[in-house]
Design a protein. Structure first.
Length: 590
């Protein structure tokens, strides 16, 4: 037997052991047959062996960059995932995509790039996988929009996929108190009214964020990380470990090994992300007092699968799910604390035991939710997570609203709010854009009892549907967080607290009622009944609509212009293409 024949026999045994049939995988278009010799020459140029070229190709997509601590640990973790792929008979192909980090973009025009970056992440991952015919995908993400963007790409492509969260930041300490970046934004408000000195502000900013990782409380990044486990796209426990913990590398290696099993068994994201799985994800957001942004991202993920699951569907699940996890911003703990007392599986276990989760949903382990949770034990020696039958409140931490001011819905986070704060009535104080409102707050040009209205910040009107954390945090820093309300057709950060209503639709830019308001109009907010109304008759609103004229958008070219032309409403997830419902077949079936 010649050398090449012996090598072929060895390779054949290895391939037989894994039973990978390249004739049914996308990478056959770049590695198999005489006509692909030019393509193979490129792979030899990068140091691949013949065996590696003829193995399944696994894209390892990372949102690594040096923009913020959320993403800085992702490259290290990608290397661990690649080791797992290689150990299990696959060939990893690493690539990076963009991330816009909300903490850096917050409070200025840069925030307009945040939500559009979700689409850019999904689009660029799709294009990379399509262009190079990868057979599977491991996606690593660290900041708010990169998590749903990566999961959207997985569902769009429908190749076997596993999601990996980069992990949360460790909590900071300021004079004995646990602090997060939320405290930094609120410190700005304190400083503006003389309640914090220049020296104190300088000190807290140097200790608030002591490590790599995404914002540590149940803000948007940790909310969507929780979703990744609940929806079944991430390995159990993997989303909870903080970024600096070495166990993160073990999770990544395990994901690399597991992805090859999914390729072998042809288990794909749309087998996992079903209506029931989306309901599980919404329930876990509610149970943890997660970000209102979850009600924007779940519909977008569903859209990629061809499933109709809008803001009202999310809100319906949240309304009947108990709030039972004492996490910041409404509570006192952070993601590190949750991981150390039992992690996301312990939350899911008590929800399942009391009938709030569907246990028969498939996950990337190849097993169901119920099977994954079978051996999870309740930890009685902690007060981070409450049993689902003895929750903090019986209603979920996020509530959907509807009324004549929001015919297409709106959403508010009530986790941590007192029952007496769940209703608010007051005169409107209208601002066209966040900057105008922030300036009024900074200079105390508002009154207790006002309902601050920030409009023309919707998906199309912004464009980009900015978050309003700088404004809401400044209000809290001034001690006025519970004394005013705020509504917007834009969004709020997961760090926002107080009666802050976002996603008001239709947005002002397309003539929604929020754009018809005038100073002094009486607005009624009711998070108990789920209502958002203005005390105006239908006839008065109709008359104002006749006089209303659309504003000219400042974005006249470039990506934000393109985004504004394509983006849909917040109720359906602010998506930019027709979605999985119109497809004849997915990329995975080429």
């Amino acid at each position: 037997m010649g050398k090449s024949a012996r090598a072929g026999a060895v390779e054949g045994k290895k391939m037989d052991a894994k039973t990978f049939d390249k004739s049914k995988l996308p990478s056959r278009y770049v590695t198999e047959g005489p006509e692909r010799a030019p393509h193979r020459s490129y792979y030899y140029a990068m140091g691949l062996t013949k065996q590696q070229i003829h193995q399944p190709f696994v894209g390892v997509a990372s949102c690594w960059n040096e923009a913020a601590p959320c993403n800085i640990a992702l490259m290290r973790q990608a290397q661990a995932a690649k080791k797992g792929v290689a150990a299990a008979g696959g060939t990893p192909r690493e690539f990076c995509t963009i991330t816009v980090t909300d903490g850096i973009a917050m409070g200025h025009a840069g925030m307009r790039a945040s939500l559009p970056s979700r689409e850019a992440i999904a689009d660029t991952v799709e294009l990379t996988v399509r262009g190079h015919s990868y057979d599977a995908l491991i996606g690593l993400a660290g900041c708010d929009k990169s998590l749903p963007g990566m999961m959207m790409a997985m569902c769009r492509l429908n190749v076997p996929s596993i999601f990996i969260y980069g992990g949360s930041i460790l909590p900071g300490k300021f004079r004995g108190q646990t602090v997060t970046v939320q405290d930094m934004f609120e410190a700005v408000g304190k400083h503006s009214v003389g309640a914090m000195s220049d020296e104190d502000l300088d000190e807290i900013e140097q200790v608030a964020c002591p490590s790599a990782g995404a914002c540590g409380a149940q803000f948007t990044a940790n909310t969507m990380a929780t979703v990744s486990e609940a929806i079944g796209l991430a390995l159990p426990y993997s989303a909870g470990a903080p970024a600096p913990y070495e166990i993160r590398d073990q999770f990544c290696t395990a994901a690399g090994e597991k992805i090859m099993e999914l390729v072998q068994r042809r288990i794909r994201p749309r087998d996992i992300v079903t209506m029931k799985a989306l309901e599980n994800a919404a329930a876990v957001i509610a149970a943890t007092g997660g970000s209102t942004n979850g009600a924007l991202h779940l519909p977008a993920i569903a859209h990629e699968c061809g499933i109709k699951f809008d803001l009202f569907d999310v809100a319906e699940i949240m309304k009947k799910t108990p709030y039972m996890t004492d996490l910041k911003p409404g509570g006192k703990y952070v993601a590190k604390d949750l991981f150390e007392v039992g992690g996301i599986p312990m939350i899911m276990k008590t929800l399942l035991d009391h009938g709030y989760l569907h246990g028969d949903c498939l996950t990337v382990t190849g097993r169901t939710i119920a099977e994954n949770l079978k051996n999870v034990k309740w930890n009685p020696d902690q007060d981070v997570v409450y049993p689902a039958n003895q929750p903090i409140t019986v209603t979920g931490g996020v509530v959907g609203l509807k009324g004549n001011l929001a015919p297409e819905g709106a959403i508010v986070k009530i986790a941590g709010m007192e029952q007496s704060m769940l209703k608010f009535t007051g005169p409107a104080r209208c601002f066209d854009g966040e900057e105008a409102c922030f300036d009024a707050v900074k200079n105390r040009k508002y009154k207790e009892g006002d309902v601050l209205v920030i409009r023309y910040e919707g998906p199309r009107g912004g464009p980009g549907m900015r978050e309003m954390l700088a404004t809401t945090a400044a209000l809290y820093g001034q001690g006025m967080g519970g004394k005013v309300a705020l509504i917007t057709d834009g969004r709020f950060s997961g760090a926002t607290r107080g009666f802050c209503v976002g996603h008001v639709g239709p947005e002002a830019a397309i003539g929604g009622p929020i754009g018809l308001l005038k100073d002094g109009d009486i607005i009624e907010l009711d998070a108990v009944s789920g209502a958002l109304n203005v005390k105006l008759s239908d006839a008065e609103l109709a008359e104002r609509k006749k006089a209303w004229k659309p504003r000219e958008n400042a974005s006249k070219s470039g990506y934000l212009w393109k985004y504004a032309q394509q983006v849909g409403n917040a109720r359906d997830g602010a998506v930019t293409h027709p979605g999985g419902g119109v497809e004849d077949k997915t990329y995975a079936d080429i």
